[in-house]
Design a protein around this ligand. Structure first.
Ligand SMILES: [Zn+2]
Length: 307
């Protein structure tokens, strides 16, 4: 009774305002996934990692310029710009897009105004040319196989090996830190099941050869660690994760091939899961039998119809 008496119109108004604020916050969080805290962390004196929500990008600070690897979105780009202006005398000279997905590459306008050069692989052109998204600054440079950015005491080498996650994902090599940055294809926690088991972006025809080429690149350049595009707590992952992830995809492919050979695939391209050995899959992060069924279906579709 006492509580009810305390609910004067003034109190009710306060509660209403409070609830409205909470609802507005929740709506903002749902509809503007980019509206989240940005954190910037030093991995070495010259290699910085920035995170927002699930995504992670890099800042490379050279004595002759600064490179942003994936600006993510406008809010992140603005905060990075503020951070760089405050802490360094050199400005952003290069913006690299690791691939064409908009969740990683919008908001670069603030760097374009400063004269930064925007770089992506040439297979991204289909998705980025002709103002497909006004918030994505179109690259100035579409390179073919490799592209080197010299920032004085820092060198960034971009390499393209074929379609893997989308059409134009590249590996970013950072020297002298001896690091590789690969967004959206590898997890620093170890070889894993993909986040989306329907594999909308994966390119089975070339995926394994791309991973093999990344392994060779790392070996040739004495690289022991990589950074992924997901904001995992482990910034660095062991380079062997690349070969272990390749083994995962080889296992998926050989399991699908075997099922085809043995007639264990139905008309909808689903494999009879009770007829396959699940054991070798269990060691991978985020193992889930239902996901595996969908992943294998993507591969049987590929084997049946080349897509
Ligand atoms: Zn992506």
């Amino acid at each position: 009774m006492e509580v009810l008496l305390a609910l004067t119109p003034q109190y009710i108004n306060k509660i209403k305002h409070g609830l409205l604020a909470i609802m507005a916050f929740l709506l903002m969080s749902i509809y503007c996934p980019s509206w989240a805290e940005v954190t910037i962390e030093k991995l070495t004196e010259d290699v910085l990692v920035f995170d927002q929500g699930e995504n992670r990008g890099l800042l490379i600070i050279g004595n002759k310029g600064v490179a942003v690897i994936d600006p993510l979105n406008q809010q992140v780009a603005m905060e990075l710009n503020e951070f760089i202006t405050k802490n360094y005398k050199q400005g952003v000279t290069h913006v690299v897009y690791t691939h064409s997905h908009w969740d990683r590459i919008t908001g670069g306008e603030v760097f374009k105004k400063q004269g930064a050069k925007f770089i992506a692989n040439k297979e991204c052109r289909l998705f980025l040319s002709g103002n497909q998204n006004p918030n994505v600054v179109e690259p100035d440079v579409y390179f073919d196989r490799t592209y080197v950015i010299e920032l004085g005491n820092q060198t960034i080498e971009l390499s393209y090996f074929g379609p893997s996650h989308g059409e134009c994902l590249i590996a970013v090599q950072i020297q002298p830190a001896r690091l590789l940055f690969v967004a959206d294809l590898l997890n620093t926690k170890g070889p894993s099941f993909p986040n989306d088991p329907t594999l909308p972006y994966l390119r089975p025809a070339t995926l394994i050869s791309v991973l093999s080429a990344m392994e060779k690149l790392a070996e040739a350049n004495d690289i022991n660690s990589f950074i992924g595009g997901q904001s995992s707590t482990n910034i660095l992952g062991p380079i062997e994760t690349i070969s272990k992830q390749r083994e995962f995809w080889q296992l998926v492919q050989s399991t699908a091939e075997e099922a085809e050979k043995n007639g264990n695939v139905d008309l909808n391209n689903f494999i009879a899961m009770d007829k396959i050995d699940l054991e070798p899959f269990r060691k991978f992060q985020n193992y889930n039998q239902e996901d595996l069924s969908n992943i294998l279906r993507r591969y049987t579709s590929f084997l049946n119809m080349g897509r």
